[in-house]
Design a protein around this ligand. Structure first.
Ligand code: PDD
Length: 284
């Protein structure tokens, strides 16, 4: 049985409890982070903490503990649960208060929960075969830059994509791809340029995105941060996505049309290797 963290306590998972009045439960009034673990160490931890602070401040939520305590909790859970490879999920909610659309008063204590998930991240069958995606309208709220737990649309759209035999959905707003259900989206054009949407409130500022774009620049690959259309994806040489839980994952098909050779491309494969190598070296 897993040990999970709830507001200062390390508990067996079946004893970890949160109030039914928790605003995360009632209003999705909560933010989260997912940090990956390789060799029992945390990947891009500082980046995830910086983004958490930003999500909290955008929603006027206080930080429940300091970054040092957060690091300590992450490390304790990794050790307690013997995580060599996998993820740590962290959620902060505005706390429990009688149901009301108005935010509760400042005395309401945030709830902090963390748990681990064991997963083989480096050896990924999906990364080896490449993902098939379908496009769908991006009907999420317009502050996708804040990592809230308001994930119903993304979850629904991904499930509909699965029902159509695809692995994921790429969301489209005003004819332009925003991002995947839980990852950032990229194409490699026929002239070898990596194109990914620029940061704005339309997408989450991926911590993996930042690191992978840095790898691309070090490899002297041209990067353009601009929106692209589903037709550009179909005409691209390659496509891929990035996230903490999938690193760099090739995309080989969109809406039934093969991208490039219809198999994982060399740029995505190379970036995946380099990202994993650099992340292992910098893990803490
Ligand atoms: N999702 N875009 C969205 C909508 C996401 O939910 C995520 C991450 C990303 C990639 O961000 P990062 O590289 O920092 O993981 C982009 C996590 C993994 C999740 O919800 O499980």
């Amino acid at each position: 049985m897993r040990t999970v963290y709830v507001n200062g306590d390390y508990l067996p998972e079946d004893e970890a409890k949160i109030s039914v009045f928790d605003r995360g439960f009632l209003f999705a009034d909560a933010v989260y982070e997912v940090t990956s673990v390789l060799d029992g160490k945390l990947i891009d931890f500082a980046g995830h903490m910086a983004r958490l602070s930003r999500s909290l401040s955008e929603l006027d939520m206080p930080a429940p503990v300091s970054d040092e305590e957060m690091l300590d909790i992450h490390r304790t859970l990794v050790t307690e649960n013997g995580i060599e490879e996998g993820m740590i999920y962290l959620q902060v909610t505005r706390g429990a208060a009688d149901r009301d659309f108005l935010f509760p008063d400042a005395e309401t204590r945030p709830n902090l929960v963390l748990f681990t998930q064991k997963k083989s991240l480096v050896d990924s069958p999906l990364a080896a075969r490449g993902q098939k995606v379908v496009s769908a309208d991006d009907l999420r709220w317009r502050r996708s830059d804040i990592k809230t737990t308001q994930l119903l649309y993304a979850s629904w759209a991904k499930s509909q994509a699965h029902a159509k035999g695809a692995d994921d959905v790429w969301l489209v707003r005003d004819g332009l791809v925003t991002e995947g259900s839980s990852n950032n989206a990229y194409i490699v054009t026929t002239d070898g340029t990596i194109v990914t949407r620029q940061l704005s409130s339309d997408i989450l500022s991926g911590i993996t995105r930042q690191a992978v774009l840095q790898c691309a620049r070090e490899l002297q690959i041209k990067v353009e941060e601009r929106p692209f259309t589903p037709d550009e994806v179909k005409a691209a040489r390659e496509a891929f996505s990035t996230s903490a839980s999938s690193f760099v994952c090739p995309v080989i098909e969109i809406d039934g049309v093969a991208i490039g050779e219809g198999e994982p491309g060399p740029v995505a494969r190379r970036l995946r290797e380099i990202y994993i190598e650099k992340s292992r070296a910098a893990a803490m």
